[in-house]
Design a protein around this ligand. Structure first.
Ligand SMILES: Cc1cc2nc3c(=O)[nH]c(=O)nc-3n(C[C@H](O)[C@H](O)[C@H](O)COP(=O)(O)O)c2cc1C
Length: 270
């Protein structure tokens, strides 16, 4: 499967069929996760956890006892680094035929943090179940999906702009970046809020976070994790389409609304 197909195919899976994760798949995931580098060079420690051994649970997940979690030192940009890296792991799991769901809230967090041995100077923002998707979603999963309109995304012109936030970008005018931006549009985000905005300026794609209230808990801003996921999708899709992209932190100071802040830039090089 191409990365674009994997991105299109992925969805949060909250109902699993009970089949245990094969040890070789667990090993492949850990090997892969351990090798993923992120643009911020912030290391992440990964573990695959057994729910029964560690007393782990989530009220929204049924049919699997296996979880993957990552932790890292508190640092500037830790959230974007976490989002970028974890999403690569999520997409790799999808390629292995495994279901995942990003979970930041609906878990017994104390038990997960204990199992991960999270220390004072570390954070473990999200976890995910791992397993084989069940053929049929649970009633609760169906209701949750409907509640956050999980199958829809904001229109292209609300997310992407050309030159300034005053000029929405039409998909037809996006040229060779149309599929790359579509890959960003399809990304998962907390409560499906889709905080990512991109302003294209010549060969540069500037990423902005449009913040909603209630997502920054003082330890981390969940929507910055969403931003890391968006960066990951952009980079993977661009590379697959043969574009050479370089990451940069250089704020172009484009006038933006008060709730919208600069995150990072990808420069597209020929
Ligand atoms: C950072 C982040 C945190 C999330 N936290 C939760 C959560 O606590 N519980 C949950 O059921 N889903 C959670 N989700 C899943 C989103 O609800 C889901 O990605 C979104 O509704 C889009 O649906 P899709 O993933 O099926 O495309 C989270 C997603 C992200 C990216």
């Amino acid at each position: 499967m191409s990365i674009l197909e994997t991105i299109r195919h992925r969805r949060s899976v909250r109902t699993f069929d009970g089949t245990a994760l094969r040890p070789e798949d667990a090993q492949k995931l850990l090997d892969f996760a351990g090798k993923v580098e992120n643009p911020y060079d912030i290391p992440i420690t990964w573990k695959i956890l057994d729910a029964k051994k560690n007393g782990l649970s989530s009220p929204v997940i049924v049919g699997t006892d296996t979880w993957i979690a990552g932790k890292m030192r508190r640092a500037p940009h830790a959230e974007e680094a976490f989002g970028y890296t974890f999403e690569k792991v999520v997409l790799f799991a999808e390629e292995l035929g495994l279901g995942t769901t990003w979970i930041a809230g609906t878990m017994n967090r104390d038990a997960f943090e204990k199992a991960m041995k999270v220390s004072e100077d570390e954070v473990m923002p999200c976890i995910s179940p791992l397993g084989c998707p069940a053929k049929k979603m649970s009633l609760r999963e169906n209701m949750m999906r409907r509640g956050v309109k999980a199958d829809s995304r904001l229109p292209f012109g609300e997310l992407f702009y050309e030159g300034s936030f005053e000029r929405p970008l039409d998909r037809g005018a996006a040229g060779r970046l149309a599929d790359v931006l579509e890959a960003v549009r399809l990304a998962p985000s907390a409560v499906n809020k889709q905080p990512w905005r991109i302003v294209l300026c010549g060969s540069r794609a500037h990423f902005y976070e449009k913040r909603s209230r209630g997502y920054d808990n003082g330890s981390w801003d969940l929507q910055k994790i969403d931003m890391g996921i968006a960066l990951c999708h952009f980079e993977l899709a661009a590379k697959e389409l043969g574009l050479n992209v370089a990451f940069a932190l250089s704020d172009p100071e484009i006038p933006a609304a008060g709730d919208t802040g600069y995150i990072a830039t990808y420069e597209i090089r020929e």
